[in-house]
Ligand binder design. Structure first.
Ligand code: HEC
Length: 234
């Protein structure tokens, strides 16, 4: 109806109803009824919709990516750990497989010096555990002492001298109470005695507790002569 009226008024050059159908198809009937269909304005609508959809998809993907890689945005969680649960799994409590427990303790604290391959890092004065005559000694008395309180000064490992490095009291610094520490020390010693081709008896929690009780007031890292003065069975 409005169309007809516009056509009848002769001096109306802006009356261009022809593009209106294009506008209708995109913008809907509201524009038509108002009689102000502006096809130029409606054309632009389709592109932002696509862009917004694309941005939405990117945001969605980004969110999924972050969720998968951020450890739940927990400030305590850093790579390579994925969650607080994974972190908590290092606090060993239950009666697990000592080798699995030991592997966790090793990865948590020892690996930074003695390395994945157990060969240590001679350039940094770090002796090997793989094939080490200390590690493979029948009695675990000395290695319980070393891992509990650390070691410093020159040391000969499987015939090779190392001096200049020092090991801190890794065992004392493990998380948990005395019972938990003893368990972790026993597990990690069992682990290093049976990895990289090493083969020796497992170390029990009882053995570790007995030795740790004897050395609980020993504040300094052990030296080789001090350790040689005690029996590995004691
Ligand atoms: C900060 C580096 C560092 C860390 C961490 C460390 N060690 Fe050591 N470790 C050393 C150094 C250095 C020596 C030699 C000390 C010396 O020169 O007197 C050594 C010596 C040893 C020895 C006796 C020598 C040998 O090679 O057999 C054993 C056993 C041992 N470490 C086991 C462990 C275990 C198990 C852990 C983890 C609970 C551990 N170490 C964590 C640096 C480290």
């Amino acid at each position: 109806m409005s169309r007809k009226q516009k056509k009848q008024s002769p001096p109306s050059p802006p009356a261009e109803p022809e593009p209106a159908p294009a506008a209708i198809s995109v913008a809907g009937p509201a524009l038509l009824s108002s009689g102000e269909a502006e096809p130029v304005a409606t054309r632009g609508v389709a592109v932002p919709v696509l862009l917004i959809a694309l941005l939405g998809a990117l945001l969605y993907w980004g969110d999924i990516y972050l969720m998968a890689n951020s450890g739940g945005f927990d400030p305590q969680v850093y790579a390579p750990f994925a969650s607080t649960n994974e972190l908590a799994s290092f606090k060993i409590t239950g009666a697990e497989d000592p080798m699995a427990e030991g592997a966790k303790v090793y990865a948590f604290i020892c690996v930074q010096c003695h390395q994945d391959h157990g060969k240590g890092n001679p350039a940094m004065f770090i002796p090997p555990l793989a094939g080490s005559d200390w590690v493979l000694e029948k009695g675990p008395g000395r290695i319980i002492r070393i891992v509990s309180k650390g070691m410093a000064g020159p040391v000969t490992v499987s015939g090779q001298q190392f001096s200049g490095g020092a090991m801190f009291a890794a065992g004392d610094q493990l998380p948990g109470d005395e019972e938990a520490k003893a368990k972790q020390v026993a597990a990690v010693l069992t682990y290093i005695r049976n990895s990289w081709g090493n083969k020796a008896d497992p170390v029990t929690v009882e053995q570790v507790k007995k030795v740790r009780e004897k050395i609980k007031d020993h504040a300094e890292p052990w030296t080789e002569p001090e350790l040689k003065a005690v029996s590995p069975d004691d």
